[in-house]
Design a protein around this ligand. Structure first.
Ligand SMILES: Cc1cc2nc3c(=O)[nH]c(=O)nc-3n(C[C@H](O)[C@H](O)[C@H](O)COP(=O)(O)O)c2cc1C
Length: 210
C-alpha cells in the first residue's frame, strides 16, 4: 500500500471540490487509450459481493445518439410543462445536457441479478447492485476530472426507451447516460448554483446524531 502524502491528500480534496457536472463541451474527441483508461479505473470501484454489475456502453452510432437526443427533448419538455409560473421560467433557462456537443456518449447499465458475486450481500438489499454501479460511475467521473475531462450525467430520459434504442438486454437497468469530453470552460461551482436554481446546504455537512 503506497503512503499518500499530505500534499497528495490536499490535491485529492481539490479533485473532489473541482469535479463538476459538465454540460458545455468541446467537440474534439478524446484519445481512445484515455477512454479505455477511464473504464479500467471505474472498474476499481467496490461492488456488492464483488459482483461488478456495471456495463459501460459506448454510444457511437449517430442514429442512436439522435434518438437519445430527441428522447431527452421530449422528457425535458414534459418536465417543463409539469412546472408553473416563475419556476417554469427558471427551469426553461437551465441547460440540462451536453448531448449535442459532447464527443462521447456512455450509457451505464447495471445487472440486477449478476451471476458474478453469487448473490452475496444482496439478499436483504437487492438495490446494492445499482449502488455498486453508481460507485463505478463516480470513480469514472473523478478519474475523468483528474485528467481534465468533463462528465455530464443525463437522467431526463426514459430508461426503457433508451434501452430499446441501444438494443441492450432488457433485464439490465439503465443507471446513467453520460456525456464525456473536454469541458468548454472550467467551473468552480455547480452550474445549478451559478444559475440560482439550488445551492449546497451547510446543514448537510453536519452529522445527524442518534
Ligand atoms: C443521479 C444524478 C442524475 C443527474 N441528472 C442530471 C441531469 O439530468 N441533467 C443535468 O444537467 N445534471 C444532472 N445531474 C448533475 C447534477 O445537477 C449536479 O451533480 C449537481 O447540480 C451538483 O453539481 P456538480 O456535480 O457540478 O457538483 C445529475 C447528477 C446525479 C448524481
Amino acid at each position: 500500500m503506497p503512503e499518500f502524502s499530505p500534499v497528495f491528500r490536499e490535491q485529492l480534496h481539490d479533485l473532489f471540490r473541482w469535479r463538476r457536472d459538465v454540460r458545455h463541451f468541446r467537440r474534439d474527441p478524446l484519445p481512445e487509450p484515455v477512454l479505455d483508461g477511464l473504464l479500467r479505473t471505474a472498474c476499481l470501484a467496490p461492488s456488492v459481493g464483488l459482483s461488478e454489475p456495471w456495463r459501460f456502453v459506448r454510444v457511437d452510432d449517430p442514429h442512436r445518439r439522435a434518438a437519445v437526443r430527441s428522447d431527452f427533448a421530449r422528457c425535458n419538455a414534459r418536465a417543463l410543462s409539469d412546472r408553473a409560473g416563475v419556476d417554469a421560467q427558471r427551469y426553461a433557462r437551465l441547460k440540462l445536457a451536453g448531448l449535442d456537443d459532447a464527443p462521447h456518449h456512455v450509457a451505464v447499465l447495471s445487472h440486477p441479478e449478476p451471476a458474478q458475486g453469487r448473490g452475496l450481500g444482496r439478499g436483504t438489499m437487492p438495490q446494492t447492485t445499482t449502488w455498486s454501479t453508481v460507485m463505478a460511475i463516480h470513480t469514472f467521473w473523478l478519474a475523468a476530472t483528474a485528467a481534465g475531462i468533463g462528465v455530464g450525467w443525463v437522467s431526463i430520459i426514459d430508461p426503457e426507451r433508451i434501452k430499446a434504442m441501444l438494443d441492450v438486454d432488457p433485464a439490465l437497468e439503465l443507471v446513467a447516460y453520460l456525456c464525456v469530453g473536454y469541458p468548454a470552460r472550467p467551473a468552480s461551482t455547480p452550474e445549478l448554483e451559478r444559475r440560482g436554481w439550488e445551492r449546497r446546504a451547510p446543514e448537510r455537512r453536519e452529522w445527524i446524531r442518534r
